[in-house]
Design a protein around this ligand. Sequence first.
Ligand SMILES: [Zn+2]
Length: 74
Amino acid sequence: MATKKKSAKLLRCPTCAQLVQFSDEDFPFCSDRCRKIDLGKWASGVYKISSPILDPDVLEDLGGMGGDRGSNDE
Ligand SMILES: [Zn+2]
């Protein structure tokens, strides 16, 4: 028999695999930081990084180098 799920949807953050609630403003990421890290992966990782980098600061640095920082408002 099927297990009834709760109304709250959960997904794992693509960056750090933490559980994220559907209602979270940064869904499907657990935080704005993880969202930027993921974007950085796509922006720079596809071209020159073939092995996973676990240091978020490195990824943020790469992300800042590649594109404009117009949306990096914190
Ligand atoms: Zn995360």
